[in-house]
Design a protein around this ligand. Structure first.
Ligand code: PHB
Length: 365
C-alpha cells in the first residue's frame, strides 16, 4: 500500500517520497528580490522532501505585493537562485519555483505610487504590510487586453528564467486571491470581454498562462495550485463548485506534472471565513479527485497520519506540509523513524533573519 514514503513520478522526474514542502512566504530576501545564502541554507536543510516548492516568487515588478519576497525577472535574481537549486540537487532533492503575481493583493507603495492591477477595479478590502507599515488596500486598475497578453508573457519569461536558474519545474500560483484567482472568481471579476462573465471566460486567463508556460518549458515541468474554497484576500465566488469543476476539468487537457489543491485555509494570524455554498474542510480534495485525472497534491493543516490515509486511500497522490516543514527540516527522516516533531514558532514566520528559519533542530542534533 502506498504512503508518504513511496516514490512517485511527476512529469519526467521521480520524487523519492511524497512528503512535499509547501510554498511558504518567509520574507528573507532583500527589497530587490535577490535570493541569498541564508535562503540557500534553509532550502538545503529541507532537501530530503520529495519535492520542495519554493516560496511564492514574483514574476515581474507589478507582481510584487509582499515585503522582502524574491523575484525571477532579473539576471541577478536568476543568479541568486542558482546556488539554491544546486544545493538541493547536490543532496538529490528536487525543487520547483512558485510563480506569483499578487494583482490587487498589493499596494501602490510597491509600484512607485501607481495603482495595483486586477481583472476588475474592485478593492478586496483589508490591509497590506508595506515598507512603511500596514496600509489599507486601494482599488486596483483593470488590466486591458494587451496588458493581459503582456502579463502572460511575463509568466512565460519567469518560467524560462526558473529553468535557467536550475529549477526542476514551476508551480503557477493560481490560489489564495492573487491575480489568477482574481480572474477566476466572480467576486473580483465583472469584466464583459472574453476574460469575464461566464465561468469559461473567467478561467481563460489562468488556462492561457498554463498553456503558454506548458508550451515554453513543457507541460511535464508545469503545475498549478488552486484554492477552490478560498476566502483569504477577500475572495468570493457565486458558484465555487461549478467554477472550479470547469477549471480543473480543463486542466486535464494539459498533462501537467501535478495539480495542487488547497483545503480551506487562512494564513497565520487570519481566520478562515466559511461560506455555505463552498465545499467545507476536507471535502475539497475528495471532490476534485473525481474530476482530475493526473497527479493530485493536497495541502492545508494535514498531520502525518491523515496524510498517509489520504495517499493510501487514493484521495491524493502527494501531501504538502507548511508549518511542519518549517519546524522540521528533516521531516522525512522523522516520519521514517516515527520520531517526535518539533513545534513551530509563528512569531518568526515572516520576521527576517536566521531565528526560526535555519535553527530548527535535526533528529541527531
Ligand atoms: C502570506 O505571505 O501570508 C501568503 C503568501 C502567499 C500565499 C498565502 C499567504 O499564497
Amino acid at each position: 500500500m502506498k504512503n508518504l514514503l513511496s516514490p512517485i513520478k511527476i512529469g519526467s522526474i521521480e520524487l523519492r517520497n511524497r512528503v512535499i514542502m509547501a510554498p511558504l512566504t518567509r520574507s528573507r530576501s532583500n527589497r530587490e528580490g535577490i535570493p541569498n545564502d541564508l535562503m540557500r541554507q534553509y532550502y538545503e536543510q529541507r532537501a530530503s522532501a520529495g519535492l520542495i516548492i519554493s516560496e511564492a516568487t514574483n514574476i515581474s515588478p507589478m507582481g510584487v505585493g509582499y515585503l522582502n519576497t524574491p523575484g525571477i525577472w532579473t539576471q541577478e535574481q536568476i543568479e541568486g537562485w542558482k546556488p539554491i537549486t544546486q544545493a538541493v540537487h547536490n543532496k538529490n532533492g528536487r525543487i520547483y519555483l512558485q510563480l506569483w503575481h499578487t494583482g490587487r493583493s498589493s499596494h501602490p507603495d510597491f509600484h512607485g505610487g501607481e495603482f495595483t492591477v486586477s481583472a476588475s477595479a474592485i478593492n478586496s478590502g483589508g490591509q497590506v504590510n508595506t515598507y512603511d507599515g500596514l496600509k489599507d488596500k486601494e482599488p486596483p486598475r483593470t488590466l486591458d487586453i494587451s496588458e493581459i497578453e503582456d502579463t502572460i508573457d511575463d509568466y512565460v519569461k519567469a518560467a524560462k528564467n526558473a529553468i535557467e536558474a536550475g529549477f526542476d519545474g514551476v508551480e503557477i500560483h493560481g490560489a489564495n486571491g492573487y491575480l489568477i484567482d482574481q480572474f477566476i472568481c466572480s467576486g473580483s471579476n465583472v469584466r464583459n470581454d472574453k476574460y469575464g462573465g461566464s465561468i469559461e471566460n473567467r478561467c481563460r486567463f489562468g488556462l492561457e498562462v498554463v498553456a503558454a508556460i506548458s508550451k515554453a518549458i513543457g507541460s511535464d515541468r508545469t503545475a498549478i495550485r488552486l484554492s477552490p474554497s478560498g476566502t483569504f484576500n477577500g475572495m468570493f465566488d457565486e458558484t465555487p463548485v461549478e467554477t472550479f469543476s470547469y477549471m480543473i476539468d480543463k486542466l486535464n487537457e494539459y498533462n501537467l506534472a501535478y495539480l495542487h489543491i488547497m483545503e480551506p485555509y487562512a494564513p497565520p494570524g487570519k481566520t478562515y471565513i466559511p461560506q455555505d455554498s463552498y465545499l467545507q474542510d476536507r471535502e475539497v480534495t475528495q471532490y476534485f479527485r473525481n474530476i482530475y485525472k493526473g497527479n493530485l497534491m493536497t495541502n492545508s493543516g494535514f498531520n502525518i497520519d491523515e496524510a498517509n490515509d489520504y495517499i493510501s486511500n487514493g484521495i491524493a497522490d502527494m501531501v504538502a506540509f507548511g508549518k511542519l516543514m518549517i519546524a522540521n527540516p528533516d521531516l522525512v527522516e522523522r516520519i521514517e523513524n516515527n520520531a517526535n516533531l518539533n513545534d513551530w514558532d509563528v512569531k518568526t514566520f515572516y520576521s527576517g533573519g536566521e531565528k526560526g528559519y535555519i535553527d530548527y533542530s535535526f533528529l541527531n542534533d
